[in-house]
Design a protein. Structure first.
Length: 54
């Protein structure tokens, strides 16, 4: 399990922690979609998808 901290800013922007970026091979200029969903247990699951057509 990967645990990392993120910060939510006043303008509703957030950071993607370095540990998460490395695990999912996300670079500084990558366009990504972050999917937030709940699993059957009601836990929040976060998934990353690179936007390849940008």
């Amino acid at each position: 399990m990967l645990l990392a901290n993120s910060k939510l800013y006043k303008n509703n922007r957030t950071t993607v922690p370095m540990e998460v970026r490395k695990k999912h091979e996300i670079g500084a200029d990558d366009e990504i979609t972050i999917l937030w969903c709940n699993n059957d247990k009601g836990e929040t699951v976060v998934k990353f998808r690179k936007n390849e057509n940008v």
